[in-house]
Design a protein around this ligand. Structure first.
Ligand code: GYE
Length: 304
C-alpha cells in the first residue's frame, strides 16, 4: 500500500509515538531482560520514541519520573510500579493531562479507571506453585524453611508470599524466618548470612522470591560450609539463565518461571489504547516451572 495517511504511525519522525517508560531499576536478571524486551519493542523501527527512566527501586524517584513524562507531554506512559501503594495522585495527574498509562509487570492498588491496562504475571500462582513443590516434597515431615522476600510492598513479593503461604498451610513445614532481600543478589546473600548465623544447620529448605536472591544465598551457604541443593534445598522464581544454570548444576532444586518478555504486548497495547480501541484491564502471561532435567535441556537455548 502506498500513500498512507500521516497519523497512522511508521511514517517520518513526526509520526513517532513518544512513550515514557518508568522502570523499577536494575535489581535482577529478570529486570535486565524486561528492560531489553521493552526497549526492543518500543523502538523507532516500530514507530516509537522511547524516553527511558530506571528509578533504582526508589518509589519517590519513580513517581518523579512519571511527573516529568507528564510535563514533557509524552503520548503514553508505561510503568513497572515498584510498590503497589502510592500511585493515586500521579495517575490522576496523567489522566487529567489526557495521557494514557499502561502498567506492565507489577500491579497497583489504585482504582483501575486511573490506568488503561496492565500486562504481567500471576504472582500469587507463582508463589503457590513454589509452595506446592515444597509441600509435595517436604510437607509430610517437620521441615524448617526460610524465605527471602522481594521488595517490601511490591505486588510481586506480596502475592508470591500469599500464594506460597496458602500452599504450605496445613503441612508440617515450619517457617523459621522470612525477610526481604530486595530482589538483589547482595540482599539475598546478606539476609541468608543472618539466617545461617541464627539457625545454622536447622535450615532445610530456602524459598527465594527470585533467582538473584537465591544466587546470592548460594555464596552464604557455601561460606557456612554447607552444600546448596543438598544440605539446603532451594526453590526460586524467575528462571533467568543464571538461575537455570544453578538448577542444572544441582545447586537449586526447582524454579518457577516468570516471563520478563513483555515488550511486544506492551507496544501493541500502547498502540491500541492511543487508537481508541477497547482493551481489557488485565492481561496475564502464563508461566511454567522447571526441574533440573528441564534446566539441562533448556539452557543452551535460553534467551535471557
Ligand atoms: O521476579 C524479580 C524482579 O516484578 C516480576 O522483579 C518482577 C520481579 C522479578 O526484580 O526478579
Amino acid at each position: 500500500l502506498t500513500g498512507c495517511a500521516a497519523n497512522t504511525g511508521g511514517g517520518g519522525d513526526d509520526d513517532l509515538i513518544t512513550v515514557g517508560f518508568a522502570q523499577t531499576g536494575s535489581e535482577s536478571g529478570w529486570r535486565s531482560a524486561n528492560t531489553e524486551s521493552l526497549k526492543a519493542a518500543l523502538s523507532e523501527e516500530n514507530g516509537f520514541e522511547l524516553i527511558f527512566n530506571a528509578a533504582d527501586n526508589k518509589q519517590e524517584a519513580q513517581i518523579a519520573a512519571v511527573r516529568s513524562f507528564i510535563n514533557q507531554g509524552v503520548d503514553a506512559i508505561v510503568i513497572a510500579p515498584i510498590t503497589v501503594d502510592g500511585w493515586d495522585d500521579v495517575l490522576k495527574e496523567a489522566k487529567d493531562a489526557g495521557i494514557p498509562v499502561i502498567l506492565e509487570d507489577r500491579t497497583v492498588s489504585a482504582s483501575d479507571d486511573l490506568y488503561a491496562t496492565w500486562v504481567g504475571l500471576d504472582f500469587k500462582q507463582e508463589g503457590k506453585t513454589a509452595g506446592e513443590w515444597v509441600a509435595d516434597n517436604f510437607g509430610a515431615e517437620p521441615t524448617n524453611l526460610v524465605i527471602l522476600e522481594g521488595t517490601t510492598g511490591s505486588s510481586a513479593a506480596l502475592d508470591r508470599a500469599t500464594g506460597f503461604a496458602e500452599a504450605i498451610d496445613g503441612t508440617s513445614i515450619n517457617v523459621l524466618d522470612s525477610q526481604t532481600g530486595d530482589f538483589t543478589r547482595d540482599g539475598g546473600k546478606k539476609v541468608m548470612e543472618g539466617f545461617l548465623q541464627k539457625y545454622g544447620s536447622e535450615i532445610q529448605v530456602l524459598f527465594a522470591h527470585n533467582d538473584d536472591m537465591g544466587l546470592g544465598a548460594l555464596d552464604a551457604i557455601k561460606a557456612a560450609g554447607l552444600t546448596p541443593g543438598e544440605d539446603i534445598k532451594i526453590v526460586t522464581i524467575d528462571a533467568v539463565k543464571d538461575g537455570m544454570q544453578a538448577l542444572a548444576d544441582g545447586e537449586f532444586n526447582y524454579i518457577v518461571e516468570c516471563n520478563p518478555l513483555l515488550g511486544d504486548q506492551v507496544a501493541d497495547l500502547v498502540k491500541k489504547v492511543l487508537a481508541g480501541e477497547s482493551v481489557d484491564k488485565a492481561y496475564i502471561v502464563p508461566d511454567g516451572a522447571f526441574t533440573q532435567e528441564d534446566a539441562i535441556e533448556l539452557l543452551p537455548t535460553r534467551p535471557y
